[in-house]
Design a protein around this ligand. Structure first.
Ligand code: MN
Length: 329
């Protein structure tokens, strides 16, 4: 998925003392995504006050979306640098094509992970027989040691297992003794938890990790705090376990977490870099090599099989993009 905002704004991470204890609620904002009628998504990361949770730097939640009404998803080829895209569906199917040659159908419960490294491009289109689209699109920021590597694509189908009555899939990192085979470049976790009504589970976690619980549906509580549907409940590092509980409705949630990302990043449109000048250079190469066609197989490679033109980058905002996140914070 792409950040398709016409005028993406820079968001500056500010210290939040409220995160030192208890649960902080991160509310989503509605953003129109690509597609015939601009399918809306709920974006919880990044936002003012909190840019990252571990290496997770972007979280879009969408659906259940009636494709007959919204036209579904149609995101033309667009670039990424310095990040991984994590596609995780609850319903529907999306056709993925990227410039490594990967052509995949993203299905519910199956991780599709694209590591952009120094540069990649991809397209995402909902399948013609998909009537309902429902899922999340997450990004992780790659650390300095991995962000200039070759791009690659992976698919991993985690085993669904029971934990205290909940159904669990660990799609990235490790949790509850299960590990994803997908590539991770920082200490991180991503997992889906489905709870029946009136269920309470405890999850031992890494004390060095911060966590966010994205609630997809139902009445969900994180450590006793109600987390509204579409919001993320955030817990700072320093706890040995977290508790998820379901009220009078069954609950579906996605837990993301990791060690606080130790590098300040500059994030704009579909690029994650380290400086304003680097973002400007990435945008410039996308526009000249791909949009203007000076080197179609250059930094971002070529996507084949998509019926349509690649996406133009928006104009950069006035002024310099500032880094967000702080080393060691
Ligand atoms: Mn994308």
């Amino acid at each position: 998925m792409s950040n398709l905002e016409v005028e993406p704004q820079e968001i500056v991470c500010e210290a939040d003392s409220g995160a030192l204890s208890g649960v902080e609620i991160l509310e989503p904002r509605l953003v129109p995504l690509g597609g015939p009628r601009a399918m809306p998504v709920r974006r919880t990361l990044p936002q003012r006050g909190r840019s990252l949770i571990g290496a997770w730097c972007f979280a879009d939640h969408y659906g259940p979306d009636d494709v007959a009404a919204t036209g579904g998803m149609d995101v033309p080829p667009h670039p990424h640098t310095g990040l991984q895209t994590v596609s995780w569906l609850f319903a529907g199917e999306i056709e993925h094509r990227d410039s490594t040659g990967a052509h995949a159908i993203v299905r519910p419960g199956e991780l599709n992970l694209m590591t952009a490294g120094r540069g990649i491009q991809h397209s995402e289109v909902s399948m013609p027989d998909t009537s309902t689209l429902h899922g999340v699109q997450l990004w992780t920021a790659l650390p300095e040691s991995a962000r200039n590597g070759e791009p690659f694509f992976e698919r991993f189908v985690p085993e669904v297992f029971d934990h205290e009555g909940a159904r669990v899939s660990v799609f990235l990192g490790s949790l509850l003794g299960r590990s994803s085979k997908a590539s991770a470049f920082t200490p991180i976790v991503g997992a889906q938890f489905d709870l029946p009504v009136e269920t309470r589970i405890e999850i031992p976690v890494e004390t060095s990790f911060e966590h966010g619980l994205l609630v997809d549906s139902g009445t969900a509580f994180l450590d006793g705090a109600l987390v509204p549907v579409g919001s993320i409940g955030y817990r700072a590092p320093g706890v040995e376990r977290i508790e998820i509980s379901a009220g009078s409705e069954p609950v579906r949630t996605v837990l993301i977490g990791g060690e606080p990302f130790p590098e300040a990043i500059v994030m704009w449109w579909n690029f994650v870099g380290r400086s304003h000048d680097e973002i400007v250079a990435s945008r410039s190469r996308w526009m000249s090599e791909v949009i203007d066609g000076s080197d179609p197989a250059g930094l971002f490679g070529e996507v084949t099989g998509y019926d349509g033109s690649a996406l133009r980058a928006p104009e950069l905002p006035l002024g310099r993009l500032r880094p967000r996140g702080q080393p060691g914070v």
